[in-house]
Write a protein that binds this ligand. Sequence first.
Ligand code: FES
Ligand SMILES: [Fe+2]
Length: 338
Amino acid sequence: MTQYLNLDPGLYVRPEVFQAERRAIFAQSWQLMGAASAVDQPGQYLAIDIAGTPVFAIRGRDGSLRGFKNVCRHRGAKLLADGTGQCGLIVCPYHKWSFADTGRLVQAPWYGKDPAIIPEDWPLEPVAIDSWRGLLFASLDPVETLAEQLGDLIPEVADEPLESYEATDLATVSFDANWKVYTDNFVEGYHIPGTHPGFYAAIDFEQFQTTAHKGMVKMTAPPREGLFYRGKWLWMWPNWTLSLFDGGFSVSRINPTSTDRTDQHYTFFFRPGTEAEARARSVKGTLDVVKEDYTICVETHRNYAAGAYSAGPLSGRHEKGVRYFQERVAAALYPAST
Ligand code: FES
Ligand SMILES: [Fe+2]
């Protein structure tokens, strides 16, 4: 069998690689925004950052959902704070230009008439929006449909009643590591005995399995009594996750804000009526495990940044997901060589 090596550590720390990833991966893919229910009502919006580019989706008074860059056409200020909210006109905080939920410039107060501004020339820049199974996605420059990108996830969760759950809890964790260091970690269970002793005790690790599929890495292990996880963890290209609980699930998006800083944005969904205590147990359980992950990722990133590491071998048994992710990154960055 071929011995596969980890990706060149230079790709995790060079600023020009991050800029190339922003163009070839983050702009061209569909990015998980959160729960579609956040934008049910007219005027409701959801604003996120996509690797440095702010975007938002807004439900119009005509019932249509539209997406825009969250950037004012005047001098480029950010229009809406990240997160959810509701508004009439979208008013820029800088010089008070206002935009309709269709993106049309409505007013540029105090601008003057010499020369006057033509509103039709300055609408907000549109962004593609789509949804799937109660989850909202945005794309700056999509190269495939959302369904094509989701690939084998669609049949994988066809029998899960995802739409019957409510989005109740949000959480964001931030850490000083490249987004790929954290993703490499997420797509393998090999680190569980070393990194997560509590989690290790709660699953049958000998039966841990990792398989790579179209657009998805699937990890499974039989849970022991009392674990809040159902024993199936999914990661989807390029940067989001879906983990099943008893009576719910979580999704997260791994979003780089620079070469060496990453935010992970979680949304937790539960069966309606789930007690706050049960919800808190799953949320805390998830974040406790993640903290163990990013603690080790920060140290690992530091070794890559210091040039203290050259690529080592990947386990054929446990690191198929790492290989799949890294091959997709390489293919996106260097399309001619693959
Ligand atoms: S930048 Fe928005 S009104 Fe000036
Ligand atoms: Fe982990």
